[in-house]
Design a protein around this ligand. Structure first.
Ligand code: AMP
Length: 542
């Protein structure tokens, strides 16, 4: 796949997804059918993507940006997001994507850490950025997609800049190692880490979009992931467009009615979604599904959280389709383990490694576990979509590798036939509806509430979301825990971080259990919450 994809050593993702498609005779093919929340359609051909991203590359160049500078999109799903992303990559900028529900603190941690020079957003989100602007000394320009004219010398109108920019742009020759995409990911300690990728990731994104998502040249593909998430860039942009495939992008949120109308009316062939959404769909009555014609739908894939066997059985029964689970993470850049056509699905298993990828289950001391035994899920260095580093955090990057193996942070086991089965995380990171959330970040936000003295946060099992956020707080005297205070605490987290980080439940405690060095004993909190045995806590006591 790599040989035909990379022409004359040009690895530039922006170029491969636009110009290269036009040169291959797909200029007039629809690259993106944009569907608004009101179900209105707007089509963008590959020629439109090429011209729009060229214009944007020229806009950024005109603002003085160049190779290696950092640029962020902070937008809901909308066409401008895609043009900006591809245009920034064409100019060899590093392009980060931010979830549109991020609050001030979440933005500051990412935009500030990266030292971004330009951010594109919309007027409705400007307030959050203005509030933290004084703490972002390197941020030079804010571009607004919905401002018809410039608002200030440094708050500029995207439509105005685009109208004045040329649609011609020569993409510089871009090497495989040139940095490309930046996504922040959460750990259980410290601030979120910037996972930096290089243009070479396109090799695996392209190959897996073909082999695992089973995309074929005439397919219509729908990936429901937001572009803030690695799935939304690797498979909502790069993989499919590098194959010249038409993508449907929907600006609305989850809605069984609209989602199934989309599958039917757009004649979607391949659909990539997530377990939480599928579990939500399972709640609809069987008759609901009988009213839709899904005859075009050939292949359904899932990612982000464990896919329960019940979902696989439900889809077989109700939709008459298989759901193919896929596993990857921000750091891996592309799917590493997956079910796929031609491989029998074992419900509950993530499937087998993709071509060229060598996983292993290793004990903490690095010894290989036998089939059936659980341990750390590791990947053999290196694979083409492997991240380059954690931005500004080389030591965290180094800590993920030992003896030639990358430790993913997940625990899993392998059966005798080489299928991998997810077990959990080896750290305290919470996975709620596919979003990895750091308990540390939420705890830091909670103790900013004046009444809160200490806080500990865990992920508790949830039938729908896989895990839900539960916060334990102890209060300063003489405050009392009331429903109003609980609401205040939850709102604070929503505003500071995001709605997905907001605790579902806030539990008052006299004190938060800590070990002698002051580390919050989340395992104990979780065991108490679940009424289970906390196991050996001796390591936590010193
Ligand atoms: P992120 O880096 O935000 O994409 O999250 C990656 C993490 O999500 C992985 O390390 C897993 O913990 C979880 N994850 C992703 N895909 C799957 C899957 N198919 N089954 C179970 N967990 C998954």
């Amino acid at each position: 796949m790599g040989n035909t994809l990379i022409v004359d050593g040009q690895y530039n993702i922006g170029h491969i997804c636009t110009r290269q498609q036009c040169e291959a005779g797909r200029a007039g093919r629809i690259a993106m059918r944009w569907v608004t929340p009101a179900m209105e359609r707007r089509d963008y051909t590959f020629a439109d993507l090429e011209a729009g991203s060229n214009r944007f590359a020229n806009v950024l160049a005109g603002l003085g940006l160049g190779r290696g500078d950092i640029f962020f999109t902070f937008l809901p799903r909308m066409p401008e997001q895609f043009l900006a992303f591809l245009g920034a990559l064409k100019l060899q900028l590093i392009c980060g994507t931010l979830f549109s529900n991020f609050g001030e603190e979440a933005l500051l941690d990412r935009v500030g850490d990266a030292g971004a020079r330009v951010i594109i957003t919309k007027k409705g989100f400007l307030k959050k950025l203005v509030a933290i602007r004084h703490r972002l000394p390197r941020l030079q320009y804010i571009l607004l997609v919905d401002a018809p004219e410039h608002l200030a010398a440094d708050i500029l109108s995207y439509p105005r800049l685009m109208a004045d920019a040329s649609a011609d742009f020569t993409v510089p020759p871009t090497a495989s190692e040139t940095p490309s995409v930046l996504h922040y990911t959460s750990g259980s300690t410290g601030k979120p880490k910037g996972v930096l990728h290089a243009h070479r990731s396109v090799l695996v994104q392209n190959a897996t979009a073909a082999d695992i998502l089973d995309l074929r040249p005439d397919d219509i593909f729908w990936c429901t992931a937001d572009q803030g998430w690695v799935t939304g860039t690797s498979y909502g942009i790069i993989g499919p467009w590098s194959l010249g495939v038409t993508q449907v992008h929907f600006g609305g949120g989850y809605s069984p009615e609209l989602w199934f109308r989309l599958l039917q009316e757009e004649r979607i062939n391949v659909w990539y979604s997530a377990p939480t959404a599928l579990r939500m769909l399972m709640r609809e009555p069987t008759e609901f599904y009988a009213t839709f014609d899904l005859s075009a739908l050939r292949h359904i894939c899932s990612v982000g959280e464990p896919l329960n066997p019940e979902v696989v059985h439900w889809a077989r029964r109700i939709l008459g389709k298989e759901v193919y689970d896929t596993w990857f993470q921000t750091e891996t850049g592309a799917i590493m383990i997956a079910n796929r056509p031609g491989l029998q699905v074992r419900p509950g298993s993530m499937g087998r490694p993709v071509a060229g990828i060598e996983p292993a289950i290793l004990a903490d001391d690095g010894t290989a576990m036998a089939a059936g035994e659980s341990g750390n899920l590791c990947l053999k260095e290196e694979w083409p979509s492997m991240f380059v580093t954690y931005l500004n955090n080389a030591s965290a990057y180094a800590s993920k590798f030992r003896d030639g193996w990358y430790y993913t942070g997940d625990t899993a086991w392998r059966d005798g036939d080489g299928y991998y089965w997810f077990q959990g995380r080896s750290d305290d990171v919470i996975n709620t509806a596919g979003h990895l959330i750091s308990p540390f970040e939420i705890e830091s936000a909670l103790i900013e509430v004046p009444e809160v003295a200490e806080a500990g946060v865990i992920g508790a099992p949830d039938d729908l979301l896989f895990e839900k956020v539960v916060a334990f707080v102890s209060l300063h005297r003489p405050y009392e825990f009331t429903p109003e205070l609980e609401l205040k605490i939850r709102l604070h987290v929503t505003n500071k971080l995001s709605s997905v980080a907001t605790p579902h439940q806030v539990v008052p405690l006299e004190t938060i259990p800590k070990n002698k060095s002051g580390k919050i004993m989340r395992r104990l909190l979780k065991a108490r919450y679940l009424g289970t045995d906390a196991g050996d806590l001796s390591t936590l006591e010193d």
